[in-house]
Design a protein around this ligand. Structure first.
Ligand code: AMP
Length: 395
């Protein structure tokens, strides 16, 4: 079956058409600047990547252009819409309502809408994408795959904040966690690689991208993760602060005369390794900067790696041990220096890094030595394929 995977943002839409039997990506692309002017990037398997300006006042036009490209006589990859068996939609927040992926019905749509205030930037955009697809592809089954669902197995000791309980009861303020599709995909693959049953493996997954989170996966279930009610908590990220003393907010607000909107913007967009380095949120720039002697770039990398190592250590404690650690996403897959620095802190777990293997980028590889007590891997994530698999399993 061919599955169209849609990841819809407020002004952009990423898509892939995946053949679920071969798991080949038949075509992929991106609609950008929806509601502004509109740009479509499209690439069929083995074909040339094209970019063209297309007026996209709403997501409906954007999805129409995607369908037109996929079914085009020349560059298309299917003869008609009938050859698309299902659509898998990435949905950011499923709150406590969704512990698994689900077929989208009217009821499900409403339940996702009810989670909107937990992810006001993302969920409404995801729903717009679903509505637009439903309009243009009536009768094609649609599945929602949630970033939060995998973490719904966390015990209350891991998801409750030390806040008055009434905020949990009234507003569902708790840890939800994100990147669930990736943590699930990578932890399953890690168990396969080490040749253990998923239901009997302790893995720490380090999803280190521009947004970054760590997950403790015990016997196939997420038991703790570093992002919280929102993706702001946890690791120091590209531009997000991660964990800070909450009282800093009042302190800075008074000093800089900032309101809550300005503070949240600072924490989400101007902090992280970007804020510390003042140079860039991108590790390509940071490592080049550090090599050239930029002190703040060096500090930013050190702060990033130290925080990752502290979370790995705490999750090894939470699971009373760890069989394997997996690095994934843009930084986890490509930045050997970060992996090396993190592993240096983990010698007490019996981890020994194979420096030669660790010099590899972007491919699945074991980076620990044969006598390392805990296995360490780079496992490239593939959220689109994970969404396609979930979708096929449900339809
Ligand atoms: P992601 O959010 O998973 O797409 O990761 C994006 C981040 O990964 C970028 O901001 C960079 O910091 C990092 N990254 C991606 N590719 C590379 C690379 N080839 N070398 C170094 N860092 C990379």
């Amino acid at each position: 079956m061919n599955v169209l995977v849609i990841n819809c943002g407020s002004s952009s839409l990423k898509f892939q058409l995946i053949n679920s039997d071969t798991e080949a990506v038949l075509a992929k692309g991106l609609c950008e600047r929806i509601g502004i002017d509109g740009k479509l990037t499209y690439q069929p398997e083995g074909g040339e990547k094209t970019t063209e300006d297309k007026a996209m006042p709403t997501h409906t036009e954007a999805i129409q252009f995607v369908i037109d490209a996929l079914t085009d006589n020349e560059r298309g990859v299917v003869a008609s819409l009938d050859e698309i068996g299902a659509v898998g939609h990435r949905v950011v927040h499923g709150g406590e309502k969704f512990a698994t992926s689900t077929i989208i019905t009217e009821e499900v749509f409403k339940a996702i809408e009810e989670c909107n205030d937990l992810a006001p930037l993302h969920n409404p955009a995801n729903l717009i994408g679903i509505e637009a697809c439903q309009k243009l592809m009536p009768g094609t089954p649609m599945v929602a795959v949630f970033d939060t669902a995998f973490h719904q197995t966390m015990p209350d000791k891991a998801f409750m904040y030390g806040l008055p309980y009434e905020y949990y009861e009234k507003y569902k303020v708790r840890r939800y966690g994100f990147h669930g599709t990736s943590h699930s995909f990578v932890s399953k693959r890690t168990a396969e690689i080490i040749g253990k049953s998923y239901e009997d493996t302790k893995t720490v997954v380090c999803h280190l991208g521009n947004g970054a989170s760590i997950c403790a996966v015990l016997n196939g279930k997420s038991v703790d993760t570093s992002m919280g009610l929102t993706p702001l908590e946890g690791l120091v990220m590209g531009t997000r602060s991660g964990d800070i003393d909450p009282a800093i907010l009042e302190f800075i607000a008074k000093k800089e005369d900032m309101d809550i909107t300005a503070l949240m913007n600072m924490l989400n967009k101007k902090s992280g390794v970007q804020g510390v380095s003042g140079l860039s949120s991108d590790f390509r720039d940071l490592t080049a900067g550090a090599e050239a002697g930029n002190k703040r770039a060096q500090i930013a990398i050190d702060v990033f790696a130290y925080r990752v190592a502290k979370y790995v250590g705490s999750y090894a404690a939470a699971m009373n041990g760890v069989d394997a650690i997996a690095f994934t996403a843009g930084i986890g897959e490509n930045v050997c220096l970060v992996r090396e620095k993190v592993c240096e802190y983990l010698g007490y777990l019996g981890i020994k890094l194979d420096k030669e293997a660790n010099a590899t980028r972007g491919e699945e590889i074991e980076i620990s030595t044969v006598d390392s007590k805990v296995k360490v891997y780079v496992v490239p994530t593939n959220e689109e394929l994970a969404i396609a698999r979930e979708t096929v399993a449900l339809v």
